[in-house]
Design a protein around this ligand. Structure first.
Ligand SMILES: *[C@@H]1O[C@H](CO)[C@@H](O)[C@H](O)[C@H]1NC(C)=O
Ligand SMILES: *[C@@H]1O[C@H](CO)[C@@H](O)[C@H](O)[C@H]1NC(C)=O
Ligand SMILES: *[C@@H]1O[C@H](CO)[C@@H](O)[C@H](O)[C@H]1NC(C)=O
Ligand SMILES: *[C@@H]1O[C@H](CO)[C@@H](O)[C@H](O)[C@H]1NC(C)=O
Ligand SMILES: *[C@@H]1O[C@H](CO)[C@@H](O)[C@H](O)[C@H]1NC(C)=O
Ligand SMILES: *[C@@H]1O[C@H](CO)[C@@H](O)[C@H](O)[C@H]1NC(C)=O
Ligand SMILES: *[C@@H]1O[C@H](CO)[C@@H](O)[C@H](O)[C@H]1NC(C)=O
Ligand SMILES: *[C@@H]1O[C@H](CO)[C@@H](O)[C@H](O)[C@H]1NC(C)=O
Ligand SMILES: *[C@@H]1O[C@H](CO)[C@@H](O)[C@H](O)[C@H]1NC(C)=O
Ligand SMILES: *[C@@H]1O[C@H](CO)[C@@H](O)[C@H](O)[C@H]1NC(C)=O
Ligand SMILES: *[C@@H]1O[C@H](CO)[C@@H](O)[C@H](O)[C@H]1NC(C)=O
Ligand SMILES: *[C@@H]1O[C@H](CO)[C@@H](O)[C@H](O)[C@H]1NC(C)=O
Ligand SMILES: [Ca+2]
Length: 561
């Protein structure tokens, strides 16, 4: 179905000129424990024959078993001010922290402080306090409300001499505070769980026919909405859109920083001469060189500071593979270094003083079915490393907070699809060029005819790089009316005060009047000349009727249920 031409639709109802609808605030509590994908560390480790019973990561293994001898609790040595910390690998607004105390010696946890914040100063224990644990009962879960405190780290410290810190589980619930600006990170409006057993390829075909594609998950909010899409009580593994293959993904930063644009490759680099050169080091000339990830080098970590600044650390007392260096940095600091501009490149170069050092840039061979190159990963431990050659398709484990693992692609499993109804285009275009772009590549410039659509539009607009984002809204001087170019007519409105009224300055400026949504604030609509260059939002069609991809063709030949 072709969208209607850019002319006034006669069925436009006059009631669309009345009233300003109030935005219903979207509020949802996260059901995903974001600590599970973090990296834990502690001030010391109790000396014991079985280190598995005392490791820092036991508090984020997803098992709230309170028996300290059962391999799922942490245990420091007896010392002054023992602490434990989880690096969430991104900044979250934390709503609650749930602590499981051990079943013996529970009083040891009394007086422990839970800190949340962005600073690693004093091991994270100078961050603000969410709660002080008191009157803890043996083996019980205790929930602390943290009122959306923002932080990259959650830490627990017991102050005093000869103290021992043991945690059997620490869960963190909240939503991501950051705003990903990567053009290829799409917002997946709707996830659908399909409870039919199919191979990964069959599932991909099914999703592309019925929805947009197999599920892509870009962040913890996506993960949360994906988990909530299961209504049948299914608790096993299900396919998502991630697949490993003989291809190379985009170069991406370990810390998932969506910043783009700065590269300082050596001449003729990166190259694929060595197919296995997937990790990047800064050479002794300050330029970058891709190299085998299994090689051992010294490396550069960074600390996230409380403000937006960073501090680099040169780790020169040990050489590690890129993966081990990444793990070291995530435990002791924030992550392997990201290099975002020339200043930072120079800073790292000086610090490395003539050594070649690992930095946080790498590329993987996992790719999303929809070709988006978002680097969010949610693997269960090192599941993706021991794939044994054949397990090259990713599943999400429903009984494990959605964490990911690998399976053979020809196994038959239920799966998740997503459906995108609107899409933010990160290019800057005039209103007319934006309209042409949407009609060529998608469906149309978006029409906002309900609270629901306004919510999707708001979520997309937040990630724009311009202060306003075009909508399919236009004013006609002849009729003195605002109308949606898609021809949809409704009474729904969300104009900012003073906008959307009739008697616009017709003809005075020579430019037509068109409507855009605010990137920030209350995301209301404003009237702007159509010559302004803005990001814009297209609506998508449910089915891809034009130019079916080869896989869609293959799919139609397959007997689908
Ligand atoms: C130890 O953990 C296992 C598996 O979680 C469980 O079956 C067993 O009952 C636990 N034992 C104790 C003493 O908690
Ligand atoms: C951090 O905490 C330590 C120990 O409590 C204190 O001595 C120091 O002054 C604190 N630093 C800042 C900047 O607050
Ligand atoms: C401590 O907790 C127990 C059970 O959770 C409760 O019965 C008791 O009243 C609490 N004591 C104090 C001082 O809060
Ligand atoms: C999918 O396969 C599993 C295991 O073979 C089976 O238990 C389940 O009932 C199947 N589900 C459907 C919807 O056919
Ligand atoms: C790195 O080492 C692992 C394990 O030793 C091996 O499986 C893998 O193929 C190696 N990767 C490269 C790129 O050499
Ligand atoms: C830089 O490293 C390369 C290769 O490791 C080496 O050949 C060269 O001599 C080094 N240059 C300096 C100035 O250290
Ligand atoms: C760049 O990497 C390649 C492959 O790892 C290596 O042979 C070469 O010496 C490196 N060059 C420099 C200047 O470090
Ligand atoms: C960051 O920390 C410094 C001291 O370390 C403090 O003076 C400053 O107020 C902090 N800034 C924020 C935004 O917390
Ligand atoms: C390692 O780094 C430290 C401080 O950055 C420096 O003092 C030391 O000399 C370096 N060691 C080597 C072997 O480069
Ligand atoms: C960093 O982590 C390693 C373990 O990965 C540990 O051995 C080392 O002591 C830590 N260093 C610091 C400064 O905490
Ligand atoms: C380089 O990037 C850092 C981190 O984003 C920023 O604080 C700094 O101002 C930038 N410097 C320049 C010269 O752009
Ligand atoms: C991969 O699958 C083939 C065929 O099913 C099988 O023969 C082979 O042993 C498998 N390899 C591994 C490492 O599991
Ligand atoms: Ca545990």
């Amino acid at each position: 179905m072709k969208p209607p031409p850019l002319t006034m639709q006669w069925n436009l109802s006059l009631c669309s000129l009345m009233g300003v609808a109030l935005l219903s605030q979207m509020s949802s509590t996260s059901t995903v424990n974001v600590a599970l994908q973090g990296v834990a560390t502690q001030s010391s480790q109790f000396s014991t024959a079985n280190v598995n019973n005392v490791k820092a990561c036991n508090a984020i293994d997803g098992i709230p078993n309170p028996n300290a001898d059962n391999g799922s609790c942490t245990h420091t040595a007896s010392e002054t001010d023992p602490w434990w910390r989880v690096n969430l690998l991104d900044v979250y607004k934390v709503t609650t922290v749930v602590v499981t105390n051990r079943d013996s010696n529970p009083e040891r946890l009394d007086g422990a402080e839970i800190h949340i914040g962005n600073s690693l100063e004093n091991n994270g224990n100078n961050n603000s306090i969410c709660a002080v644990i008191s009157n803890t009962s043996a083996g019980q879960k205790h929930t602390f409300q943290c009122n959306e405190m923002e932080g990259h780290y959650v830490s627990v410290i017991i102050r005093g001499t000869a103290r021992i810190l043991t945690l059997c589980e620490l869960e963190v619930y909240g939503s991501r505070a950051g705003h990903c600006s990567s053009a290829t990170c799409l917002l997946h409006d709707e996830y659908h769980f399909v409870n039919q057993n199919m191979t990964w390829t069959e599932a991909q075909c099914y999703c592309r026919l019925k929805y947009t594609d197999l599920a892509t998950i870009d962040n913890v909010e996506d993960l949360d909405r994906q988990m909530k899409a299961v209504h049948s009580g299914y608790t096993e593994a299900a396919w998502i859109g991630l697949k490993k293959g003989d291809w190379k993904g985009e170069w991406q930063w370990s810390d998932n920083d969506c910043s783009e644009g700065y590269f300082n490759w050596r001449q003729d680099k990166p190259n694929n001469r060595g197919w296995n050169e997937d990790c990047v080091m800064m050479t002794n000339s300050s330029q970058w060189n891709n190299s085998n990830c299994n090689n051992s080098h010294v490396f550069i970590c960074y600390d996230r500071l409380n403000s937006s600044g960073t501090k680099f650390h040169f780790i020169n007392n040990t050489q590690m593979t890129w993966r081990d260096a990444q793990m070291y940095c995530r435990e002791n600091h924030t992550d392997l270094a990201s290099v975002r501009n020339l200043t930072e490149n120079e800073e790292i170069f000086r610090l490395a003083s003539g050594h070649s050092v690992w930095i946080g840039l790498f590329r993987g061979s996992w790719k999303w079915s929809d070709q988006s190159n978002c680097s969010f990963r949610n693997w269960h431990e090192r599941q993706h490393d021991n794939t044994g050659g054949n397990q090259t398709c990713a599943v999400t484990f429903m009984n494990y907070s959605g964490r990911w693992g690998c399976q053979k692609c020809d196994e038959k499993l239920p799966f998740f699809c997503y459906y995108n109804k609107v899409i933010l285009i990160h290019e800057k275009k005039t209103w007319k060029d934006a309209l042409a772009y949407c009609r060529k590549h998608h469906n149309d410039l978006v029409s906002v005819h309900s609270d629901e659509v306004q919510r999707w539009v708001k979520a997309q607009a937040k990630r724009a790089s311009t202060p306003h984002v075009w909508l399919g809204l236009r004013f006609t001087c002849t009729l003195n009316l605002w109308f949606w170019v898609s021809g949809e007519s409704t009474c729904y409105h969300n104009w900012a005060p003073g906008n959307g009224i009739v008697m616009e300055d017709c003809g005075k400026t020579g430019a037509g009047r068109t409507g855009a949504v605010e990137k920030d604030g209350s995301h209301q609509w404003v009237s702007l000349p159509d010559t302004v260059e803005l990001n814009f939002i297209c609506s998508t069609s449910n089915r891809r009727e034009s130019e079916p991809s080869s896989s869609t063709v293959a799919c139609t030949k397959m007997a689908l249920p």
